[in-house]
Design a binder for this molecule. Structure first.
Ligand SMILES: Cc1cc2nc3c(=O)[nH]c(=O)nc-3n(C[C@H](O)[C@H](O)[C@H](O)COP(=O)(O)OP(=O)(O)OC[C@H]3O[C@@H](n4cnc5c(N)ncnc54)[C@H](O)[C@@H]3O)c2cc1C
Length: 418
């Protein structure tokens, strides 16, 4: 049987695994990355590509449980839980509900703001210094509303961002129309985040892979990790479809698949796959310059020079891999309520991906307390692209024993006794 040895073995070639690889290479480690499919073929492929410190606020906040329960009964709502007997999901939901208070909200808001802000800066720098061709643009993001009631109730968002030093400005309907002629008359106002940015996520991941390979790493595709060999509380080897791999250090960056694989190591990562959808079109004539979030319908709209995407929705349906037409249609209908030209001339791709969702809305970045040479880099939920480089930087600092730039404590997997 083929057996390969390296310094660091990274499981998963999504945006997180590749970001870890990049910073480990910068610190002189030999790196091999394994993926069961193609580079960036998971959630990192068809997401909305927004880089958003403005999304620092956690999902769990007072009032969220009632809001979620109301939505559950509408099959095409942006949030849906497929009813089924699943103890793990039930326990996840209970933990989530327990976080819907202002104390936890403020703590998570601070922790997400620090990693999002750091990552946003690192991505801008990397794109510029390495000449990455990935549709990166620093135009901010715009939330738009079509009901005054929802807009009036959004004050908490402005307060929460200002509390952590993230720029946010209100915009009148007239100002929005002047800024974005693609918006229809239905829009009553909005909120602008000047510090946000955008990129084309599939290209970004391919560019990251190019840099990582150029820096000496090997990326092995079609190489599914099946199992682990444990010895004296260490990962002695990783068993794959292409043989056995050994390394001093192993990084688990398998996105929404992290939980089932970690079970084989005896670790119960509290992760649920949060299914989201997107439709990619050829660019319509009247496309937004700034990425939009159509608030009442929770639809994200991103346009690049050569494409246009509607995305979002959050469905807890386990690992159900069907492409739910109701959800795709909900994206289209949502966009039509705000935009003069909601769809592009031709559909290029209809897609879904699983976000790796933790109930405290924070990623797991750090060493496992139970497996000495295992580091977790997963659980990035709705913001994996936005948090990618700061996550990779932190993982590399932890593995090489350097002093972290960020306070690592909020992301420590030990909070889940892992
Ligand atoms: C609709 C939608 C819109 C989104 N919009 C945004 C956005 O605008 N901005 C943002 O920041 N984030 C966004 N996200 C979230 C973002 O896509 C994820 O947080 C991020 O891609 C997670 O990256 P990852 O590397 O952890 O996981 P993934 O990209 O899923 O990578 C995991 C990798 O592990 C591999 N793998 C799985 N099992 C095995 C195995 N057994 N052996 C080997 N390899 C394996 C997979 O093939 C995959 O390549 C969005 C997500 C969705 C679904």
């Amino acid at each position: 049987m083929r057996e390969t040895k390296t310094d660091v073995l990274i499981l998963g070639a999504g945006v997180i695994g590749l970001s870890c690889a990049w910073y480990l290479l910068q610190r002189g480690r030999r790196v091999t990355v394994l993926d069961r499919g193609r580079v960036g073929g998971g959630a990192s492929h068809g997401n909305c590509g927004t880089l958003t410190p403005s999304h620092a606020a956690p999902l769990a906040m007072p009032g969220m449980v009632t809001k979620a329960l109301r939505m559950m009964w509408r099959k095409d709502a942006p949030f849906h839980i497929a009813p089924r007997a699943d103890f793990e999901l039930f326990s996840w939901m209970l933990r989530f509900a327990g976080r819907c208070n202002w104390r936890d909200f403020n703590a998570v808001n601070r922790a997400k703001a620090q990693i999002l802000t750091r990552s946003r800066g690192l991505i801008g720098d990397l794109v510029a210094t390495q000449g990455m061709n990935c549709g990166f643009a620093e135009n901010g993001t715009l939330y738009v509303f079509r009901t005054q009631r929802e807009l009036d109730a959004f004050g908490w968002h402005l307060d929460s961002l200002r509390a952590v030093g993230i720029a946010v400005e209100e915009r009148s309907a007239a100002a929005l129309q002047a800024l974005e002629p693609c918006l229809s008359d239905s829009v009553v106002g909005g909120v602008f985040h000047s510090g946000d940015a955008q990129l084309r996520p599939d290209r970004y991941v391919m560019e990251l892979a190019r840099l990582v390979r150029g820096a000496g790493a090997e990326i092995i595709e079609d190489c599914a990790v099946d199992d682990f060999l444990l010895s004296a509380s260490r990962v002695a080897a990783v068993q794959t479809a292409q043989g056995r791999y050994r390394a001093e250090e192993v990084v688990l960056a398998l996105g929404a698949w992290s939980a089932p694989l970690a079970r084989r190591l005896g670790l119960r990562i509290p992760l649920q796959p949060g299914k989201g959808y997107s439709i990619t079109y050829e660019r319509p004539a009247l496309a937004p310059r700034i990425p939009l979030v159509l608030k009442e319908d929770s639809v994200c709209v991103t346009a690049w020079d050569d494409g246009y995407r509607l995305g979002s929705t959050m469905e807890f349906a386990g690992y159900d891999s069907s492409l739910n037409r109701l959800r795709l249609d909900a994206l289209r209908r949502g966009a039509a309520r705000y935009l003069r030209e909601p769809e592009g001339p031709r559909v290029c791709e209809e897609w879904f991906g699983w976000r790796p969702m933790t109930w405290d809305d924070l990623p797991l970045l750090g060493r496992s307390g139970r497996c000495a040479n295992l580091t977790l880099a997963t659980g990035h939920g709705m913001l994996g692209v936005s948090m990618s480089l700061a996550s990779g930087e932190l993982v590399a600092e932890i593995i090489t024993g350097a002093t972290p730039v960020l306070d690592p404590r909020p992301y420590d997997p030990m909070r889940f006794h892992l």
